[in-house]
Design a protein around this ligand. Structure first.
Ligand SMILES: C[S@@+](CC[C@H](N)C(=O)[O-])C[C@H]1O[C@@H](n2cnc3c(N)ncnc32)[C@H](O)[C@@H]1O
Length: 218
């Protein structure tokens, strides 16, 4: 099992404030996220368990998915915040597969070669990523995936149900302040406009708020 590989990484300038946020939030991330993690931990084994081959996890965070990868997977996790990455490093021992963690910005990926991954996987990264640079990350996904490679992204979005949306609107300012996450990101639309990625399936894991986007590198 491997530790963090520190790349002399220069994040996109529009990611600097998010990076700063996570370097602070990262100190208490697992405590702050505890109530939500009770739900997510039921989903993670299924979301990750069937991934095969060489997998890139973008926005690996504190490494909550690591323990669920199949032992044959060759996994690379990238992360914008060193603070989050340090926590993920501690979870490497729970993983059954080969793990490499890299300090890297998903919108840049200067340390990641092209056409090498069978899967791109991410949970709750695009909903924290500023909308105007999401296409950069999507371009990078298309570049580093092999042709025919697959992607699976879990994001949180506003509900169309008025009552539920009202409830989300109550805690949205807290979520944005602490996590930089917004429920109105346009990730699905950005991917649908991509020339290299094709969405093959969308579904919701709960209500119409936890959106799973799956697809293929064409
Ligand atoms: C809401 S947390 C989710 C963490 C983890 N995926 C999970 O499910 O618990 C979002 C993570 O994405 C990371 N992130 C955001 N933008 C990123 C980027 N451009 N490149 C790499 N990581 C990024 C943040 O630093 C943070 O750790």
């Amino acid at each position: 099992m491997l530790a963090i590989i520190e790349v002399k990484m220069k994040p996109h300038e529009k990611n600097l404030s998010l990076q700063k946020k996570y370097n602070v939030t990262g100190l208490l991330y697992d405590i702050l996220d505890y109530p939500w993690e009770q739900r997510y931990k039921k989903w993670r084994p299924t979301l990750v368990g069937d991934l095969k081959g060489k997998v890139l996890e973008a926005g690996v965070g504190t490494g909550r998915n690591l323990e669920f990868y199949h032992e044959d997977v060759d996994m690379v996790g990238i992360e914008l915040s060193k603070q989050m990455l340090r926590k993920a490093e501690k979870r490497i021992k729970k993983a059954r597969c080969k793990v490499k963690l890299i300090y890297e910005d998903a919108t840049v990926m200067q340390s990641i070669g092209s056409n090498q991954f069978d899967w791109i996987f991410s949970t709750f990264m695009c909903c924290v990523m500023p909308d105007d640079i999401q296409t950069l990350a999507i371009e990078q996904f298309g570049r580093v995936l092999k042709k025919g490679g697959r992607f699976r992204l879990l994001e949180i979005v506003f509900s169309k149900n008025k009552k539920l949306r009202k409830r989300q609107e109550l805690y949205a300012p807290f979520v944005e302040k602490i996590y930089g996450a917004r429920f109105d990101r346009d990730t699905l639309r950005h991917i649908e406009r991509s020339s290299t990625l094709k969405v093959t399936n969308t579904s919701f894991l709960k209500d119409d708020t936890y959106l799973l986007i799956e697809g293929i590198r064409i």
